[in-house]
Design a binder for this molecule. Sequence first.
Ligand code: 5GP
Ligand code: MG
Length: 206
Amino acid sequence: MSPMRARLKNAKLKTSVPPRWRKEVERVLITEAQLARRVKTLAGEVEKDFRGREMVIVSLLSGTVMFLADLIRHLDLPLRLDFMGVSSYGSGTESGELVFTKELRLEVHGRDVLLVDDILDTGKTMSRVLPKIRALKPRRIKTCVLLDKPARRVEKIHADYVGFAIPDLFVVGYGLDFAERYRNLPFVGVLHPHIYQESGKTKPAP
Ligand code: 5GP
Ligand code: MG
């Protein structure tokens, strides 16, 4: 195959859903290459704002795994990393009550904190987590999300660093799950509605 044809084939593969996932994933919303580029840019912005400070990154489990791993490898700063576990036990269309499944272990008092989440949707998660961290008296808190769905917001909240603003679609991949699956997809894709309809839900509860 000529280098030109190989390149074209490669480009096509990256924007279409790999055959293995086609029955479950409708389309690729954000490609691997787009994610890589944007995350690197985002890390540059964070680095500029936090330069000269020792930061604590607080990442929410488990949807942030890939985003976090890619983000921090571009951060040329001294940093500490901790996780908070937050789950929402809801059924049907609404996200249910939030339950903390893992608490912070590191000291954040007087420190500069970057709170990282996978996606800012209704804003309920962030608006529960932020006061919890603020109560620990950090020097400041900035928020960073890979994805933002402004159309679904019910809480008055925004993120300081946003990877991509997306429409009101249920997405999976690059750490994001549906029923704990699809986190390993290297791209962000739109789930076929039949997947969550078959599971008896009209729409997934985040
Ligand atoms: P919020 O509390 O802002 O409504 O929702 C935030 C959480 O809901 C995210 O951390 C994420 O776990 C989940 N969530 C919201 N929208 C989506 C989505 O489109 N796909 C997936 N996989 N999770 C979502
Ligand atoms: Mg989450």
